[in-house]
Design a protein around this ligand. Structure first.
Ligand code: VGL
Ligand code: ZN
Length: 208
């Protein structure tokens, strides 16, 4: 049983957007199942922050921006290998909007990411060069928030990168499994759990 610390703890809700839910452009299997779980968890936290994947039209992470490439292939970018995705979470579209049942009114901050043309961003803290900050760590430090509980989509990409970066930056990080679903591309879900464990990320099934 996990004892919450109301002044230290933050629920970080990653990318619960229409395009990652069934029917969306980059649908995660059962992705919308996280919505009631997250709504229930949100009530337990004094502090809730949401992230929103927010790409310009023709973004460099889209396979359509790389002639001859198909979604889920990789491309070499200035910062390394990048998986190419179907067009998704385009700024201002229905796909980029939060799931309509997600309760967003309790959120004190929405971090948008992936809005730079030339760079993708999985982590809530850094763009995919692992260097360009989103500002979230400064916000958390200024607010004195030390322990992050992560939920959302997808476990093996944005939740994984956010949790590992949280540890790198010296925060405590706990992933709540019932509030996450994964894409699982070529074993990515299993390797994400291994990487998170190695980084000192805690994994719990739920908060009762
Ligand atoms: C995500 C792939 C591309 C995610 C975002 O939210 O996990 N995955 N963009
Ligand atoms: Zn994206």
């Amino acid at each position: 049983m996990m004892q919450l610390r109301p002044n230290d703890d933050l629920l970080l809700v990653i990318d619960v957007q229409n395009d990652f839910c069934p029917g969306g452009a980059l649908a995660v299997a059962d992705g919308d199942a996280v919505v009631p779980v997250i709504n229930r968890l949100s009530k337990r936290f004094n502090h809730v922050v949401l992230t929103q994947d927010w790409h310009p039209v023709g973004h460099s992470s889209f396979a359509t921006a790389h002639p001859g490439s198909a979604p889920f292939e990789t491309a070499t970018m200035s910062y390394g290998e990048q998986t190419l995705w179907p067009d998704h979470c385009v700024q201002g579209t229905h796909g980029a909007a939060f799931h309509p049942q997600l309760s967003t009114e309790c959120a004190e901050l929405v971090i948008r990411k992936g809005f730079r043309d030339e760079m993708d961003s999985y982590s809530a803290f850094f763009e995919n060069d692992r260097r360009t900050p989103t500002g979230l760590s400064g916000y958390l430090r200024d607010r004195g928030l030390q322990r992050l509980f992560l939920v959302g989509l997808a476990t093996d990409y944005c939740v994984h990168y956010s949790a590992v970066d949280a540890r790198r930056l010296g925060f405590e990080a706990v992933v709540i499994e019932s509030g996450c679903r994964g894409i699982d591309l070529a074993g990515s879900l299993a390797s994400a759990w291994i990487a998170m464990k190695q980084a000192g990320v805690q994994r719990i099934s739920d908060i009762s």
